[in-house]
Design a protein around this ligand. Structure first.
Ligand SMILES: Nc1nc2c(ncn2[C@@H]2O[C@H](COP(=O)(O)OP(=O)(O)OP(=O)(O)O)[C@@H](O)[C@H]2O)c(=O)[nH]1
Ligand SMILES: [Mg+2]
Length: 210
């Protein structure tokens, strides 16, 4: 994979601080420590772009990155990190919801799920909430390097089966490892094509007001 032109734009603590741009964006969401920020670094091939940590709760703000000067990639705080005060948990969850439910530029949400575990109730609740609000979503399985090769597909199928009990049509999914660079090209191509289409149809020259 050739290196990607991507740079950090800004961190925002609420929706109204987010970049006021006419560009589509893809957002990464998922439990704290699932590997959202690391995934951005793996896509960028730059370990210092997004701040990561082996401890959960690292990303607390809405972080905008710009890809090829064409679309935004957004690193969100994780949900489900219990070792915070109730006030802090409420504030972060409100920040996430406000962004996901009201950001007009949001083209697709990628929900990251750790492939090592069965589907957690908090992930299911979050995915179902996105579905109820009709927010486009896809699933990104992370840390695939931690699963033996011969067990990987069975683990993917088992999580999808659990999800299938609630979803008639399963969301599209990607299997990735930021550590080993697995699945990066497919994921990036997907984001690229979604944002290019939205940019052309919604933010293009025919868009009213432009
Ligand atoms: N083995 C392995 N470890 C990974 C992978 N992706 C992330 N990690 C590790 O998982 C830990 C958490 O990664 P982060 O990217 O900071 O997680 P996050 O989802 O951004 O977490 P918050 O900011 O707390 O929401 C770090 O120790 C990473 O090195 C992966 O593909 N494979
Ligand atoms: Mg993070």
């Amino acid at each position: 994979m050739s290196s990607l032109q991507i740079s950090f734009i800004k961190s925002s603590s609420e929706l109204k601080e987010c970049p006021d741009s006419r560009m589509a964006e893809c957002a990464l969401i998922g439990r704290s420590n699932v590997g959202k920020s690391t995934l951005i670094n793996a896509l960028a091939r730059n370990k210092n772009l997004a701040k990561t940590s082996s401890k959960p709760g690292k990303t607390q703000l809405i972080n905008h990155f710009i890809v090829r000067q064409e679309w935004h990639l957004v690193d969100l705080p994780g949900y489900g990190y219990a070792k915070r005060s109730k006030t802090e948990i409420g504030k972060i969850s409100q920040r996430i919801d406000q962004y996901l439910f009201r950001r007009k530029q949001l083209a697709c949400t990628y929900v990251l799920i750790d492939l090592r575990h069965s589907l957690q109730s908090i992930d299911l609740a979050f995915i179902n909430k996105l579905g109820e609000h009709q927010i486009p979503l896809k699933i990104v399985f992370t840390k695939a390097d931690k699963i033996p090769k011969n067990k990987k597909q069975a683990q993917v199928n088992s999580i999808l089966e659990e999800l299938g009990e609630y979803w008639q049509t399963l969301p599209e999914h990607f299997v990735t490892s930021s550590e080993k660079g697995i699945g990066m090209e497919a994921l990036l191509a997907d984001m690229d094509s979604i944002c290019t289409e939205i940019n052309a149809n919604y933010f293009g020259s025919s868009h009213p007001g432009k």
